[in-house]
Design a protein around this ligand. Structure first.
Ligand code: SAH
Length: 268
């Protein structure tokens, strides 16, 4: 059970403080916490609760009961029982204030899925602070020529920064790998591209990361004509938007992907 829910509780109080600092709480904020566990972060949020609305989602029933007893008495913190992957988007939709923040020392097994859930929300969090695997945190912050699917997905809407590396010894029980706290700050400007087109382009371009941009586009769009004609057409368009068809997807910036999305993935 413990293993299944990725329960590694944070022992280092200084790191907990750093996480809460990075959320940059302000009066009136709505904060969703994922996987409160024994309340290591919840406690700190509670201290800060001047005028906050905190909603913590926990999947372990026993921990949920304990959290309820510990925090819900005076109604400062709402404890929700369930899977954050399902509850978070529902709760975000339900709440009236449009701006909110997300924080959590999350179980590793949900990292990829959770980032996808957040990336696909219409209304993205202002700030997201998550404890995740160090290697995944590094992957999210990569730039061309080390772009990857995860970096391209997250950087579409957020600017990622690694706040602090956290050694495995800071947790109990100790996980097998080191962690890092990542901060995602929502980008101000509305991206110049529809989210669905953009993610369709990301899926296509990184479907075979070692192949060329040309081949990934070619294999993922429907276009009239024989293969030679089709490839020629794709090359012409890529050159028009100043993208080298022979480069790998890892060379693409978010702006490049937006251009590709507009040209090729609008009707998918
Ligand atoms: N926040 C605590 C605990 C982190 S361990 C701390 O800082 O120490 C991860 C926590 O997430 C555990 O409490 C685990 O039960 C919970 N959890 C696991 N999967 C979850 C899910 N899908 N949704 C919500 N909580 C989950």
């Amino acid at each position: 059970m413990t293993q299944k829910l990725g329960q590694h509780f944070l022992k280092n109080k200084r790191v907990a403080e750093k996480i809460i600092d990075s959320v940059a709480l302000q009066d009136g904020d709505v904060v969703f916490e994922i996987g409160p566990g024994h309340g290591e972060l919840t406690e700190k949020l509670k201290i800060e609760t001047g005028n906050l609305k905190v909603i913590s989602i926990e999947k372990d029933e026993k921990l949920y009961e304990a959290l309820k007893n510990q925090f819900e008495n005076n109604g400062e913190i709402e404890i929700v029982f369930g899977d954050a992957l399902i509850k978070l988007p529902l709760l975000i939709e339900e709440q009236k204030e449009s701006k909110y923040k997300v924080v959590g020392n999350i179980p590793y097994y949900i990292t990829g899925y959770l980032l996808r859930v957040i990336s696909e929300l219409n209304n993205k969090p202002e700030r997201t602070v998550l404890m995740i695997q160090k290697e995944v945190a590094e992957r999210i912050t990569m730039q061309p020529p080390k772009m990857n699917r995860l970096a391209a997905s997250v950087q579409f809407w957020a600017k990622p920064t690694i706040i602090i590396n956290v050694p495995k010894e800071d947790f109990s029980p100790m996980p097998k790998i080191d962690s890092a706290v990542i901060l995602l700050v929502k980008k101000d400007n509305r991206p110049a591209c529809n989210m669905e087109y953009y993610y369709a382009a990301v899926r296509a371009l990184f479907s075979q990361p070692r192949k060329t941009i040309l081949n990934n586009v070619y294999e993922n769009i429907i276009m009239e004509g024989d293969s030679e004609h089709k490839k020629k057409k794709i090359v012409t368009v890529l050159e028009k938007i100043k993208i080298n068809p022979q480069h790998r997807p890892q060379n693409l910036s978010v702006e490049d992907i937006i251009l590709i999305a507009r040209e090729f993935f609008k009707v998918s």
